[in-house]
Write a protein that binds this ligand. Sequence first.
Ligand code: HEM
Length: 347
Amino acid sequence: MGWPYLGETLKLYTENPNSFFSNRKKRYGDIFKTHILGCPCVMISSPEAAKIVLVSKAHLFKPTYPPSKEKMIGPEALFFHQGAYHSKLKKLVQASFLPCALKGAVSQIENIVLDFLPTWENNNSINTLVEMKKYAFDVAIISAFGDRKELEVEGIKHLYQCLEKGYNSMPLNFPGTPFHKSMKKEQEGVRQSLIEEANRGLTWEDTRNMPLTSRVIQETLRTASILSFTFREAVHDVEFEGYLIPKGWKVLPLFRSIHHCAEFFPQPEKFDPSRFEVPPRPNTYMPFGNGVHSCPGSELAKLEMLIFVHHLTTTYRWKAIGDEDGIQYGPFPVPKHGFPIMVHPRK
Ligand code: HEM
């Protein structure tokens, strides 16, 4: 890693990414170059330019990650392939997320929610981040194996937690760091009544017809911009909007910058689900990416958010503990101190 550029990488890991990106956009415009994790990069925050990189000229920009992260994900991952082999693999993956497959998962996902929500009651402090990670993990297990296989799950969970810590850390590979560790391992009654009440549990059709909850989820994905940006690499010297991008340079479409641009989303820092009453302008809303590498898990992710938000809001009231409202970045945005809450059943 080039030491002169370490500063920029450190800032990316420690600064609020909204200001990190918007300060640079103000200073240098929609397209500028910098260095992240030791790589020369071109940052892109115009929707049209992002579309060129991800969709219309995707063949000139291959999917890539900095070597430290690529090693961890493994070169055989779907993301690192292109062309015919990628589309064949992708079709296989997408088959698990087609409406006919997700339809069957609604009641399984709902059972997970109805399992853990009652355990939140009468608890002085629920760490929502920890609980949501467990939920997302359990849903992922169902989508991968069809059921929660208790014995294997604990082992997989441990490996996953280790990988996750390393993935979100600085790639400092010496003993003791999360990156190093991760590289080393490549209330029945209440529940019953809830289930009874939910016996008219959610159907797939219900989940397709919840416009308010859907807009809350859309707005959450916009404000959070979970994946702030993605990485591509120029496969040749590419001429691009009057600039020359040398072969081998990284190109980063900045989803967060686009999602937080006042021109496309007025008062971008305001949480306002009603903005999605009209569809966003083309190529300005990409929480799940765009083009051939866009996220195959997007419908599953939205479905699990919808089922959780539905049951939480219709059955419970909650209150934040202390002044813990806020966001911390490491570098992904997560609720400050895990957003501890207290939960009570609705009267
Ligand atoms: C809120 C949750 C999620 C968000 C915000 C998200 C976001 C994204 C984004 C932005 C991309 C595109 C990356 C790029 O073009 O460089 C992507 C790709 C991908 N996502 Fe997701 N994702 C989520 C959940 C999931 C889930 C639940 C799964 C699987 C069950 C999944 C599997 C994948 C895979 C395999 C790719 C690579 C696809 C390819 O290269 O063709 N994601 N995701």
